[in-house]
Unconditional design. Structure first.
Length: 371
């Protein structure tokens, strides 16, 4: 027999959680049901099971560590068996339940699917700021109404499966190793009942795909990429199981004027040179429409003016953030001769009396840098 540590690919100091994790991964990869046509899969799966039965049992593991293969071949071991006694593996832990695989595959449900769904909701910048209620329609798998999830046509009866005696699961022994493996009954597909006359709507699966419309409340201040969970809003992969959950990812559309920084909104507003120099009042966009902003005299390009309480609704502390207005000064590109003369006269006047604080500060720094 191969060293069970080598079979599972774990160190001799591996914990039980690490051993169990390695077993689940390898058993899922090499299970015969997942490797049709691979004659070696059956043997690999038996070897993996045998290794796990040794290392998952503290006594057998200790005996193997001390005495090697002879330490786990005591009384009761069958010829060729590396350990004594029968083990038991529930394939539910491996997510290899192939129930309804052929029928549900057409509905987009894969093996081991728990029914969880993921969808996106697209909202506007304003809806994210103030909250909203959105109606979304999506398709999910639900129990068939025509047969009530039984899978049998109306007026017909199901009978108890003779293979599993109504349990829905059967135990099988893997080859020469005394390992009782429990798996869904292939005859009744794990239901314990045999459908004699399948329902025409669901073809005997008991579930069908249907459109569903729900209302989702989006809280004020939600951010792009945030998620909302709708419990039991996902697929019902089996009639006898509860539906999975629906996870909604919020996508906030970009805004023409605004961008978000925390709970504040930022926008850029161009003003003329006279307004920047003399001050005045300009019209600016806000989340609630147009507003007025007072520009102080001597406002410099790139200055940021704050408008209190005009930002995003705060989700934790309450209240709202602010609106930050970045000031840009527009320089005229088409001037008449008269305008050019006036600007030239203004420039000569400004040269006599220092009126350029930004330039003075820059020149002072330049002088100190280069001496």
């Amino acid at each position: 027999m191969r060293d069970p540590y080598d079979v599972l690919g774990v160190d001799r100091s591996a914990t039980q959680d690490e051993i169990k994790s390695a077993f689940r991964k390898l058993a899922g990869q090499h299970h015969p049901d997942k490797n049709p046509g691979d004659d070696g899969a059956h043997q690999r799966f038996k070897e993996i099971n045998a290794a796990y039965q040794i290392l998952s049992d503290p006594q057998k593991r200790a005996a193997f560590d001390r005495f090697g293969p002879m330490g786990v071949g005591g009384a009761g071991a069958q010829p060729g068996s590396p350990f004594g006694g029968a083990g038991y593996v529930d394939l539910n832990d491996l997510n290899i339940d192939g129930l309804f695989g052929d029928l549900l595959g057409a509905l987009g449900i894969k093996v081991g699917d728990r029914g969880n769904l993921q969808k996106e909701i697209r909202i506007s910048f304003e809806e994210a700021a103030f909250g909203c209620t959105k109606e979304i329609t999506y398709e999910r798998v639900e129990p068939c109404n025509d047969c009530g999830g039984v899978g049998a046509a109306k007026g017909t009866q199901t009978e108890r499966c003779s293979l599993c005696l109504g349990r829905g699961r059967v135990r099988m022994q893997q080859g020469v190793f005394p390992i009782a493996v429990e798996r869904p009954c292939t005859r009744c597909r794990g239901t314990g009942r045999i459908v004699l006359d399948p329902c025409k709507s669901c073809r005997g699966a008991g579930v069908v795909a249907k459109p569903r419309t729900i209302e989702v409340t989006i809280p004020a201040g939600i951010e792009n990429g945030a998620t909302r969970l709708v419990e039991r809003g996902g697929n019902c992969t089996r009639p006898d199981r509860a539906p999975g959950d629906l996870e909604l990812t919020i996508r906030v559309a970009p805004h023409e004027f605004f961008r978000r920084v925390g709970d504040d909104v930022v926008c850029s507003v161009p003003i003329s040179f006279p307004v920047a120099a003399l001050g005045g009042e300009v019209e600016v966009p806000t989340l609630e429409g147009k507003g007025k902003l007072r520009i102080p005299a001597g406002t410099q390009p790139g200055a940021v003016l704050r408008v209190k309480g005009k930002g995003i609704v705060r989700r934790v502390m309450g209240g709202r953030g602010d609106q930050l207005v970045e000031i840009g000064v527009e320089v005229p590109t088409r001037l008449t001769d008269e305008q050019k003369e006036l600007i030239a006269r203004l420039a000569s006047t400004l040269g006599e009396i220092p009126q350029e604080p930004e330039r003075e500060s820059f020149m002072d720094k330049l002088k100190s840098l280069f001496g």
